[in-house]
Design a protein around this ligand. Structure first.
Ligand code: 5AD
Ligand code: SF4
Length: 456
């Protein structure tokens, strides 16, 4: 489905695309920032006369928008390239976009000589020009703007892939330099968009019929309005008041920049979802220091206490890394204690993975793989029990659910609560509610990761 930024032009573009006959396949790895970048890349390619196809075999151009956050994500990309390299002989061209592209740069041409284009996200503005060069037969095209770039990647045309949730990037890049993380090297320095352009985009997607907006940034709450008009909390409140918008989410928040007015805004503006993702990474202040996270456990817990004291019940989720170089058994116990203290609704747990260019690479990765796996297992098992009890508290409640999809096999309708919890429910109505609509559901069963209900 093409849901362009400028709806009036969509037909013209489709006609143009059908006439030129050029095709592309794009696969996205990694985070929501990458997924949303892909929406912009697809919009840009369509504007250049390309039509999206479903498989590598059908495409003239094969693009992978890659992730390098952990070793495994990166390996996946090279495996995929290897699986399809035979298509080069058939005249197909390959492009590597995103974080692996920025990280590895021209080395990709050595490792995968059939790749013709390598571009990191900070250079996507130049994609039209790079495509022209690709079409003229050039084979070593690079877009590797580094941390110097001041530009954000806003495109006039965007092929939004999620029919209900409109993503808006408000800040790109990262200036935090956590010692384990590649992002500052792959996505450039922090660049915020003006609040006027963000609000204009919010209004425009509301006009298109979207009711849910998700504001995106590697550190979304490090937002600094270049016009100096709004703080991040002001921006949240303003987006929440755009006509037609019923839910506003934002991800990912950094504890260092998490201010109390964000919680106040959630309390004051009902359209702001009662869910905050606040990665802690470790419960040990000693490890947090080694990670260069720029906060202590106490600082983090103070932010948690603001949320726990809010009028609305705010659901909190987090990311945790186990097995960071030098993490002792005692450090890990502190992380487990923190888990018990916060009572998260969701935890993404990761084994530490050494990444190129990062300061942690020089620390001795002392913890054996088996121990990392053991700690992760212990963490996730404990968290499962916490979630079992957290989710059980919803039994008997009536909550608003946005319908996302039908699951005919299970005779259930799938949706999400404002707290971002998956809700699977049934209805006695002859016609199921349409995806994208909001319904009231009574919760009749609970699991550690989802709720079960009946529409009321
Ligand atoms: N090793 C393991 N996990 C990592 N993350 C980021 N870098 C690494 C790494 N080198 C995790 C963090 C981050 C999430 C997106 O990925 O927990 O919040
Ligand atoms: Fe992966 Fe990080 Fe890049 Fe997102 S920003 S794609 S998580 S490396």
């Amino acid at each position: 489905m093409f849901t362009g930024f400028r709806v009036r032009c969509a037909r013209d573009i489709l006609d143009f695309v059908m006439a030129t006959g050029k095709t592309f396949y794009l696969e996205t790895f990694g985070c929501q920032m990458n997924a949303h970048d892909s929406e912009k890349v697809i919009g840009t390619l369509q504007q250049q006369g390309y039509r999206q196809v479903e498989s590598e075999e059908e495409a003239d151009l094969i693009f992978y928008n890659t992730c390098s956050i952990r070793d495994k994500a990166e390996q996946k990309v090279f495996h995929r390239l290897n699986d399809y390299k035979k298509l080069y002989q058939a005249g197909k061209r390959f492009g590597v976009l995103g974080c692996v592209a920025q990280q590895e740069g021209e080395k990709i041409f050595e490792r995968a000589p059939f790749v013709s284009l390598v571009s990191g996200s900070a250079s996507y503005r130049k994609l039209p020009e790079m495509l022209t060069r690709l079409e003229s037969g050039e084979t070593r095209i690079t877009g590797l703007d580094d941390r110097q770039t001041e530009e954000t990647f806003e495109t006039e045309f965007m092929a939004r892939q999620n029919p209900y949730r409109g993503y808006i990037t408000i800040i790109e890049g990262c200036d935090k330099f956590c010692s384990y993380c590649v992002v500052p090297y792959t996505r450039g320095k922090e660049r915020s968009r003006t609040s006027s352009s963000i609000l204009a985009e919010a209004r425009s997607i509301a006009d298109m019929g979207y009711t849910e907006i998700q504001l995106l940034g590697q550190n979304v709450n490090s937002y600094r309005d270049p016009e100096g008009k709004m703080s991040f909390a002001d921006l949240l409140a303003n987006v929440g008041q755009v006509g037609g918008i019923r839910r506003v989410r934002f991800t990912t928040s950094h504890p260092r920049d998490f201010t109390r007015d964000i919680v106040d805004a959630i309390d004051a503006v009902p359209t702001l979802c009662d869910h905050v993702h606040l990665p802690v990474q470790s419960g040990s202040s000693r490890v947090l220091k080694l990670m260069a996270r720029e906060y202590t456990r106490e600082w983090y817990m103070e932010r948690i206490s603001w949320m726990k004291a809010a009028k609305r019940q705010i659901s909190i989720s987090t990311d945790i890394i186990v097995g960071f170089p030098g993490e002792t058994a005692d450090d890990f116990i502190q992380t487990m204690d923190l888990l018990a203290e916060v009572q998260y609704d969701c935890v993404f747990g990761f084994k530490y993975s050494a990444r190129p260019n990062t300061p942690a690479l020089t620390m001795i990765d002392s913890i054996p793989e088996a121990e990392k796996a053991h700690r992760l297992h212990v963490l996730l098992e404990r968290q499962k029990e916490i979630q079992r009890s957290n989710y059980a508290k919803h039994l008997g409640q009536i909550m608003e659910v946005m319908v996302e999809a039908m699951n005919p096999a299970r005779g259930q309708i799938a949706g999400r609560s404002s707290q971002n919890k998956p809700v699977n429910f049934t209805t006695t109505l002859p016609i199921s509610p349409a995806p994208g609509s909001y319904v009231k559901v009574k919760i009749i069963g609970t699991f550690p990761n989802s709720l079960v209900g009946e529409m009321v």
